[in-house]
Design a protein around this ligand. Structure first.
Ligand code: AHG
Ligand code: MN
Ligand code: MN
Length: 306
């Protein structure tokens, strides 16, 4: 028997408002999925807050999500990696009518799009009408959609992590329930390997993993790379800081680190650093970056404790 995303959320006792919001987000994902197949793969000619060149698809995905979530009157404010400012609900114009705030990375790994590799959309949802001063602990839901050979949606509302696959009639149906990540990783996904040049500790741990014949599984897109760990049930993802370009790493606390930490924690992994109260948002934009390591087994934890 097929189980729809909406039914799963209902049976998981998601509040109706959260269930509806996730359905609106899923609808945006279906349109993004379509755009990826048919849309312009070129640059938009503009830059985002981080000074990165935007693709036409970055902009389109961003607009698609904003348009879908801003009509439901459940969101008081939303912020995206591709926009400088927080967007306030257009119907109340004060950012007070909705129960939730939503933050998202519309296209994660968009530099891979012209090479036809898998990319994703990452979303996080908080109660209330403010981002500042919030910690990842306060997330009420985190999810991502992965556009690969199949399109999937993986979500948590704090009761496990569940995968849905988009079918031919445009419904996300349950494919795997209660994903679990073990403590004994033998796969590694080493982001920003450039850092080994100056970071002796990072070089050392890479050498150890190679000496121990770990299997490399790294695509350059955080969403498919973390999805690999979640679906295989083991693995380590790292993205350390480096030099003047990325002194605090590259991955954004709000859009990337917190949602994946929540998902990984819900899958039973012990992300290091775990979602920490000190990861407080000082600004709701892409300047909030930090070094990031996920699903580090007990054995390797001391390497990344900092
Ligand atoms: P985005 O496409 O949203 O800017 O994010 C890309 C991120 C992440 O998905 C990936 O882990 C990382 O950037 C890779 O960065 P480098 O190619 O610079 O190592
Ligand atoms: Mn990203
Ligand atoms: Mn992005």
């Amino acid at each position: 028997m097929l189980k729809l995303l909406d039914t799963h959320l209902y049976e998981s006792k998601a509040p109706d408002s959260l269930r509806h919001l996730i359905n609106y987000i899923a609808r945006a994902g279906k349109y993004i999925n379509y755009s990826l197949q048919m849309g312009d793969l070129g640059k938009a000619g503009s830059q985002n807050f981080s000074g990165e060149d935007q693709l036409a698809l970055d902009v389109l995905a961003d607009q698609t999500i904003m348009e879908n979530i801003m009509v439901c009157r459940l969101v008081s404010a939303a912020v995206s990696e591709e926009q400088d400012d927080v967007a306030v609900c257009p119907s109340c114009k004060t950012g007070t009518c909705g129960e939730y705030v939503v933050a998202f990375d519309p296209l994660d790994g968009s530099s891979l799009v012209d090479a036809n590799l898998a990319i994703g959309t990452i979303m996080t949802i908080y109660k209330g009408n403010e981002f500042l001063g919030r910690t990842g602990r306060e997330q009420v839901a985190a999810l991502y959609m992965l556009y690969g050979p199949r399109t999937t949606l993986v979500y948590t509302i704090g009761s496990g992590v569940h995968e849905f696959t988009l079918n031919d009639v445009g419904e996300f149906t349950l494919t795997r329930e209660n994903l679990v990540v073990r403590d004994d990783a033998t796969h590694f996904a080493p982001g920003n390997l450039r850092a080994v040049k100056d970071d002796a500790k990072y070089r050392k741990v890479m050498e150890r993993w190679m000496d121990e014949q770990y299997t490399l599984r790294y695509s350059g897109g955080m969403t498919p790379d973390v999805n690999h760990i979640l679906l295989k049930g083991q693995g380590i993802f790292t993205y350390p800081p480096q030099g003047d370009k990325y002194p605090n790493g590259k991955l954004r606390l709000l859009f990337e680190c917190n949602p994946f930490a929540f998902l990984m924690e819900q899958a039973g992994a012990l992300p290091w650093p775990a979602i920490s109260p000190c990861w407080t948002l000082k600004s709701p934009n892409s300047t909030n970056v930090r070094p990031f390591t996920l699903a580090v087994s007990m054995r390797w934890r001391r390497w990344f404790r900092n």
